[in-house]
Design a protein around this ligand. Structure first.
Ligand code: FAD
Ligand code: 5PR
Length: 379
C-alpha cells in the first residue's frame, strides 16, 4: 500500500476528473506517492471507448512505473514489423532499432489500469461529473457537491469542463480525414498467404482515397482503422459500406464481413487542441483536455500517460503545488508540442503513405523514458 504523503502534518489530497488513460495514470501515480486520490468518472461505468491502441516505449515505461506492465503485456501483441503498403505493394518494413512498441485493445489497457488503481486504493466514483474547477483548489460536481483538494487534475478529455470552466486560451480544429475504428475477429487462417502478424498500413489513393491500418492486438482480436476523407459519403458511412471496402481490400474480406456487422461503429474526425497553458493555480490539465492530437504518430495516449506520470513526480518537489505545476509544464510540454505538430503535419499530408516515416524526429516522444528522464533507443 502507498506510503502517506504529508505536508505540514496533513495528507495531501487530489481530485481527478476523468477515468480515461490520463486520469487513471495520474491517480495511480499520485496514490503510489502517498496522496489520497478520488477519481470522478461521469459515465456509469469505468470502461474504455474505442477500439485498439498502440503504445510505445514511453507509455510502456509509465505502465512499468505504475506496476501495470505485466498485466498489459499479457494478451497484447508486438508485430514483427510495422509495414506500409501503397496500392497493395509493400514499401517499407520498420522495426525502430528495437524500440519497444505494443498493440492492444483499449479495453485491455483500461481494465489493467482500473484494476491497478483499485489495488493501490484510489477511490473511484462513477456517475460523477465534474462541472467546474477553481484554481484555488475546489472541484464542483454535477450534484452541486464541492470538494477541496491540494491538486485538481482535469483529465476529462477533449471536451473538458474543468478546462472550459476556468477559461484557457485555446486553438481547436479538425482535420479533413477521419476514421472508423473497429475490433473484429482476426480470421488469420481465412486470409490466405501473408504476414498477417505485422502491422500493415494499407494506403490507396486511387480510384478513391481509402486506407486500412491493419493492427493485430492478440491471437483473437484485430484492430482495423478504416480511413476515408470526411467528404467521401461511402467511405465514411457507418456501419461500413461493405462493397466499397471489399472492392479496395478484397484480401481482407473475411474481416470486413465481420466489420460490417458492427452497428455501433462511429466515424471520427481528428481533433487538435492547443492551449496557452496547462495549469492554473492548483489545477493541472492532462491528456486530451490539454493536447488532443492527430493520431498519425499514435502518441496521444502515450504523451498523456507520460505527462500525468511526470506530474506526480514534480509535485513531490519542495515548495507549493502551484509552483511545481508551472515547472512540470515547462519541463515536459515541449516533447508533446513537437509530437502534436508533427502528427498534424503527417495527417494533413498523409505522409505515412510514403513508408519509412518513423524518423528520429517522429520517434522522439516514443524514445523518452519518463522514469530516468532521458531518451533511450537511439535511432
Ligand atoms: P479520454 O480517453 O477522452 O478520457 C476522458 C474520460 O473523462 C472519459 O472516461 C470521459 O467519460 C470522462 N469525462 C469526460 N468529461 C467528464 C467530466 N466532466 N467529469 C468526469 N468525467 C468526465 N493514442 C495513442 O497513444 N496510441 C494510439 O494508437 C492512438 N490512436 C488513436 C486513434 C485515433 C483515431 C484517435 C482519435 C486517437 C488516438 N490516440 C492514440 C489518442 C488517444 O486516444 C487519446 O489521446 C487518449 O485516449 C486521451 O486520454 P484521456 O484520458 O485524456 O481522454
Ligand atoms: N496510427 C495509429 C492510428 O490508430 C491512426 C493513425 C496512425 C495507431 C488512426 O487510427 O495515421 O490516422 C493515423
Amino acid at each position: 500500500m502507498a506510503n502517506v504523503n504529508i505536508t505540514s502534518g496533513k495528507t495531501r489530497r487530489a481530485q481527478i476528473a476523468g477515468g480515461g488513460f490520463a486520469g487513471l495514470t495520474a491517480a495511480i501515480a499520485l496514490r503510489q506517492n502517498g496522496w489520497e486520490v478520488t477519481l470522478h468518472e461521469k459515465s456509469s461505468e469505468l470502461r474504455a471507448f474505442g477500439a485498439g491502441i498502440y503504445l510505445w516505449h514511453n507509455g510502456l515505461r509509465v505502465l512499468e512505473a505504475l506496476g501495470a506492465l505485466d498485466d498489459v503485456l499479457q494478451g497484447s501483441h508486438t508485430p514483427p514489423t510495422y509495414e506500409t503498403w501503397m496500392h497493395n505493394k509493400s514499401v517499407s518494413k520498420e522495426t525502430f532499432n528495437g524500440l519497444p512498441w505494443r498493440i492492444m485493445t483499449r479495453r485491455h489497457l483500461h481494465d489493467a489500469l482500473v484494476s491497478r488503481a483499485r489495488a493501490v486504493g484510489v477511490e473511484m466514483r462513477v456517475n460523477s461529473e465534474a462541472v467546474t474547477a477553481d484554481p484555488k483548489g475546489r472541484l464542483t460536481l454535477g450534484t452541486g457537491e464541492v470538494l477541496e483538494a491540494d491538486l485538481i487534475v482535469g483529465a476529462d478529455g477533449v471536451g473538458s469542463k474543468v478546462r472550459d470552466s476556468i477559461g484557457f486560451k485555446q486553438d481547436r480544429w479538425s482535420a479533413t480525414d477521419g476514421i472508423i475504428r473497429l475490433i473484429v475477429p482476426r480470421k488469420k487462417e481465412e486470409l490466405g498467404d501473408g504476414e498477417w502478424d505485422n502491422t500493415i498500413d494499407m494506403w490507396n489513393f486511387s480510384p478513391r482515397v481509402q486506407r486500412i491500418l491493419y493492427s493485430p492486438c492478440n491471437k483473437k482480436e484485430l484492430y482495423l482503422g478504416m480511413m476515408a476523407p470526411a467528404a467521401d459519403p461511402r467511405g465514411s458511412r457507418v456501419p461500413i459500406d461493405l462493397e466499397v471496402w471489399v472492392e479496395m481490400f478484397p484480401f481482407l474480406e473475411p474481416c470486413l464481413v465481420e466489420a460490417a456487422k458492427l452497428t455501433t461503429a462511429r466515424y471520427d474526425k481528428y481533433e487538435t487542441t492547443k492551449l496557452d497553458s496547462w495549469t492554473r493555480g492548483k489545477v493541472a490539465l492532462v491528456g486530451d483536455a490539454a493536447h488532443a492530437m492527430c493520431p498519425a504518430l499514435a502518441q496521444g495516449a502515450g504523451c498523456s500517460m507520460v505527462n500525468a506520470f511526470s506530474l506526480s513526480q514534480d509535485v513531490e518537489a519542495v515548495g507549493s503545488v502551484e509552483d511545481a505545476l508551472v515547472e512540470w509544464e515547462k519541463r515536459i510540454r515541449p516533447i508533446t508540442d513537437r509530437c502534436q505538430a508533427l502528427s498534424a503535419d503527417y495527417a494533413a499530408n498523409r505522409s505515412l503513405s510514403k513508408g519509412n516515416m518513423f524518423t528520429p524526429a517522429a520517434l522522439e516522444a516514443a524514445r523518452y523514458d519518463p522514469i530516468r528522464r532521458v531518451y533511450s533507443w537511439p535511432q
